[in-house]
Unconditional design. Sequence first.
Length: 199
Amino acid sequence: MSSRRLILASASPARLRLLTDAGFAPEVRISGVDEESQDADTVDALVAALAEAKAAAVAAGPDVDDALVIGCDSLFEIDGQGWGKPGTPDEARARIRAMQGRSGLLHTGHCLIDASSGKRAAAVRSTVVRFAPMTDAEVDAYVATGEPLAVAGSFTLDGRASVFVESIEGDPSNVIGLSLPLLRTLLAELDVGVRELWA
């Protein structure tokens, strides 16, 4: 049994699965933060602001006590533009056609708050993702699965899109939505050992 509670301020099943597979037993609290309400000059600054807003909203909620709250937000940057989840299949199709055969940056903002002390640690991790060339038929078939509608950048490394990802430079868990090595670093900044959170 872990000696500290970990709360994930996210509805993302991929983030929950990452933490669970790594030996954690997080509680899930959805922040309710309006992502459109945040603004920033750069994509990495925006994911940092969103991650902090989500973590802070949950940390200020009821029954948090001495828990550690982790908030995250991911955007995919290509041609200087940050992409979250596409709104429609047509938008997903256009994005994937623009991405195929090219590289972009997947940015994930992380903010960890110790509710017992109010201390926080935050950082952004960025990973280069290179996509294989795709045929129009492959793009249409992928969009028809519905997967790209639910994920930042219209792709995910732990699903059907994985066959189209030629390579990554950096942390693979970051592409899925939460950098596990960075989480360990942020915990250490708050004087918490990762083993204290293992279930």
